[in-house]
Design a protein around this ligand. Structure first.
Ligand SMILES: [Zn+2]
Length: 491
């Protein structure tokens, strides 16, 4: 990629990303022509003088008009002749200056709700935004908007029903065996994550934490040097420094694809909700880490070569003000015992035991919720999974329990009234809810500077990364044409 791009193109791209409109002197010239040709002192004249002056004046006007037309014609001609040069202003991919091949660093800041970047001064994140490409109204997570399903969708390009991680925790429908966030057996993790695709192509990958990265799949064996075992107590600075150290390796050993993960600001968001000063502080810390990263890459002369893709997995919404729905309140219509419920909130997932028809459970629950007699009942709607809106793509796996409840933004479902702490933050809701959106910021040789793109679902990111690395990826739920619509054309 980028073998010998013209330096002119590079300079024009760097210095003036927006084409300037500076070739319009004709209009000013025409204006002065008209002003000059206006007669001034023709009062008190004889008829012959008047005739003479009139003829002169007509000739003058005719001449001016002819001159004006000629000027217009030639300027139009020269404008059209110069138009091919304006295509040189179309930005193209920038060549690698130091690295031998493209490197993509995928960074996740957990629970970085879209808009958090404006909570405080974030000069480093904004440096990436203003010199890179940003999803203007945020990145759309997959449903359910939970951490494990989304992180794994980002690296596989698949919806949870297809990559298998349908919740942060669930039960195998056949064996009843539980999946937890510590389950690393390959049988749970379907699809082909980016680190596996990358090593399949003979390139190196490195993961500094990412759900699924410790799972041995295909040619990915989570090698000690390049795959960190999850440990939330590792300081964020150390994680950044380890990534930077990879760039000190001999060029053939520098991983082509790296992940970097921070638990913040999700950690604070759950405790205090999205509008607490603790979130502001967490965002400032994330920005400082991005500054540490950028500075380290600059010191090594590779900042402009490395593609940084900064994302979150989902957003966050405040949960407070008695926005609660209790399943026990439905008891007059149907008893929902706790052992039927695989998850409560914000994704209500119920697997009724054999002998209880899901359709019957759904009908009775909705009858109760619509009756007006269940507190906040109208904020929960229950579906057979195959009847969920198709845009959620949440049916095609037997791991998904047959009865799913969609909860309105900010509401929570619990079994029964309790003294449990009510206020905080949550995510997991319908991915069409704006507060569930997160960020997409991409900076690198193939991303246009200062460009805003429409929001898109995170299942597109896999194809984007394989396109940047110029390798053939596995089939995904993303669109094959998406990378072309976002990346700069080759130089
Ligand atoms: Zn998360």
């Amino acid at each position: 990629m980028g073998s010998d791009p013209s330096p002119e193109v590079l300079n024009s791209t760097k210095l003036s990303p927006l084409p300037t409109h500076d070739e319009d002197p004709p209009s000013t010239a025409l204006l002065s022509f008209n002003t000059d040709s206006s007669p001034s002192d023709s009062h008190k004249s004889t008829p012959s003088t008047i005739l003479f002056i009139s003829l002169t004046l007509i000739s003058c006007i005719a001449f001016s008009a002819a001159a004006a037309f000629a000027f217009l014609f030639f300027s139009a001609a020269s404008a059209s002749a110069s138009s091919p040069t304006s295509s040189l202003h179309t930005p193209k991919s920038r060549p690698l200056l130091k690295l031998n091949r493209p490197v993509v660093l995928l960074i996740s800041s957990d629970g970085f709700r879209f808009g958090y970047q404006f909570k405080t001064l974030t000069p480093n994140i904004h440096r990436l935004i203003s010199n890179g490409t940003e999803a203007e109204t945020g990145l759309i997570p997959v449903f359910p908007t939970l951490t494990f399903p989304n992180h794994y969708s980002i690296v596989t390009g698949l919806y949870p029903a297809y990559h298998g991680i349908i919740n942060n925790h669930f039960l195998d429908p056949q064996t009843g065996e539980p999946f937890t966030m510590q389950s690393h057996e390959p049988k749970w993790w379907l699809g082909e994550p980016l680190w596996e695709t990358v090593v399949n192509h003979g390139l190196k990958a490195a993961t500094y934490f990412w759900p699924g990265s410790e799972v041995h799949k295909g040619s990915w064996t989570c090698p000690v040097k390049y795959c960190m075992q999850y440990n939330s107590s590792v300081p964020f600075d150390d994680r950044v420094d380890t990534i930077l150290n990879y760039f000190d390796l001999p060029s053939d050993d520098i991983p082509s694809f790296m992940t970097l993960y921070f638990e913040d600001p999700d950690h604070q968001g759950h405790q205090v909700g999205p509008d607490d000063p603790e979130i502001t502080e967490a965002i400032a810390r994330i920005d400082r880490l991005m500054g540490r990263l950028i500075h380290g890459l600059e010191e090594r002369g590779v900042f402009e070569d490395v593609t940084i893709i900064m994302v979150g997995d989902h957003g966050m919404v405040g949960t407070c003000d008695k926005k609660l729905i209790f399943l026990d309140d439905l008891a007059s219509w149907i008893q929902i015992p706790p052992d039927w419920v695989h998850s409560y909130t914000p994704l209500l997932a119920i697997r009724p035991p054999a002998g209880n028809s899901p359709a019957d459970v759904v009908a009775k629950m909705n009858e109760a919720l619509k009756s007006g007699k269940v507190e906040n009942g109208k904020y929960l709607r229950v579906y057979r999974k195959e009847d969920l809106p198709s845009r959620l793509h949440y049916a095609a796996s037997d791991r998904i329990p047959p009865v799913i409840g969609l909860i309105e933004e900010g509401y929570k479902v619990e079994q029964k009234r309790s003294n449990r702490r009510e206020c905080g933050g949550a995510h997991g809701y319908d991915n069409s809810i704006f507060s569930m959106r997160t960020i997409f910021i991409a900076h690198g040789p193939q991303f246009e500077r200062g460009r805003k793109i429409p929001s898109f679902e995170n299942v597109q990111i896999y194809n984007l990364v394989t396109s940047i690395l110029n390798i053939k990826g596995a089939p995904t739920n993303g669109s094959a044409s998406f990378p072309e619509s976002v990346l700069l054309p080759p130089a």
